[in-house]
Design a protein around this ligand. Structure first.
Ligand code: UT7
Length: 355
């Protein structure tokens, strides 16, 4: 049975830097509040009409493919993780295929919607396809263009200040060598689906609200007020067309689930936190990463954080951080690397890689 190795990795972040101070021009917030609560100093925003989630993903993918020493035509499966796709459908996977000029049709393209843990879910899917012998070169991309869908009024400040745009990619390859992807652990709990969500536009029509204990009237389209597809005037007026997050609720679960899922992976392969050369947490909040670092007893040089520069880039945050750490020479052959994420769904997971 072949192993899965990360043969190439790359990232792309847009050039436009948006400081915390810049956000104070749109909403009631301060540089101090953002830095103190999240660690974020600035983030990147893509250029509207020129860049999209899939175009950024393609830039990161080209680097990963080149570093793997293959051509785009040798990719035989694409996995694209994002919560901010270019289109409602089709997904970004096929748009990326077109952007990369991959014309062969034997290829498959899969879109996954697992938000912050999308990259780890994608890694696990890629690993299973490689171990089963079905594919040899899988391109996994995590990319987000949050800036197109945020509420820049004070109403949305708790969410808007956190998120940034960017993309990361990995070329995962079948290998006969020892090591590579040692294990992935995946979890989910739909009980709190709406606590961190972007509910509308969508086809729910209020269906889930009682189960979730919600009292929101989206003004679902009627004959009298037809609205646009999935979108009503009420949604526009009341700001329902934006992400929603109960920050403290998410925070408390995140700091519990991160250590649990990391230990689960370490225990399975008979290793411990002190064996880790590099831990790359999903960049949700610097305070979460620091809490997890302390709980796991890790030194500063065992953890890579870059949320200060890019904010939370959701599905892109792990591959961006992993590529950055690799470029900085902090991930070397033979190193033990741990990835972990927690986010909307809730979904969470971890991966252990012998590089
Ligand atoms: O990546 C996916 C997973 N996501 C996460 O893991 C996020 C987890 N949660 C968090 O990171 C934090 O909860 C936040 C950074 C989102 C919020 O920090 P917090 O310390 O939990 O603040 P809070 O939501 O409890 O709000 C405290 C106060 C409130 O004011 P009052 O009610 O005390 O007067 C908010 O209205 O801070 C206010 N506030 C702000 N003030 C200035 C909320 N957002 C802002 C803001 N600027 N941007």
């Amino acid at each position: 049975m072949p192993n899965s190795k990360i043969a190439g990795i790359g990232y792309y972040v847009p050039e436009r830097v948006v400081s915390n101070d810049k956000l104070t021009e749109y909403m009631d917030t301060t540089d101090d509040w953002i830095k103190e609560r999240t660690g974020i100093e600035e983030r990147r925003y893509a250029v509207k009409h020129e860049e999209t989630t899939s175009s950024m993903g393609a830039k990161a993918a080209r680097i990963a493919i080149e570093r793997a020493g293959i051509s785009p035509e040798e990719v035989d499966f694409i996995i694209f993780a994002t919560l901010s796709p270019d289109y409602y459908f089709p997904g970004c996977g096929v748009l990326l295929q077109r952007e990369l000029g991959i014309t062969k049709t034997e290829i498959g393209a899969l879109d996954i919607r697992n938000q912050c843990s999308g990259f780890i879910y994608g890694l696990s899917i890629a690993d299973q396809f490689i171990k089963s012998g079905m594919y040899k070169n899988i391109l996994l991309v995590g990319a987000e263009m949050h800036s197109m869908g945020l509420d820049f009024s004070t109403r949305g400040r708790n969410v808007t200040v956190i998120f940034g745009d960017g993309a990361g990619a990995a070329l995962i390859q079948a290998s006969e060598a020892e090591g590579g992807l040692l294990t992935t652990k995946l979890h989910s709990d739909g009980t709190y689906a709406e606590k961190l969500s972007f509910m509308s536009p969508g086809a729910h029509g209020g269906f889930h609200h009682n189960k979730a204990g919600l009292d929101i009237d989206f003004g679902w389209p009627t004959k009298e007020e037809p609205g646009e597809i999935f979108v009503t005037q009420k949604m526009k007026d009341e700001g329902h067309l934006y992400p929603h997050m109960e920050g403290q609720f998410v925070f408390k679960l995140a700091v519990q689930k991160f250590p649990e899922v990391i230990n689960e992976a370490l225990t399975e392969v008979g290793l411990q936190a002190s064996d880790l050369d590099m831990f790359i947490p999903h960049q949700a909040n610097l305070r979460i990463s620091q809490f997890v670092q302390k709980r796991m007893g890790l030194r500063d040089d065992q953890v890579w954080n870059n949320i200060q520069k890019y904010g939370n880039t959701t599905a892109a945050s792990i591959p961006i951080a992993m590529a950055e750490a690799w470029e900085a020479g902090k991930i070397k052959e033979g190193d033990l690397v741990c990835l972990a994420a927690f986010g909307s769904g809730f979904t969470w997971g971890s991966a252990l890689i012998r590089w």
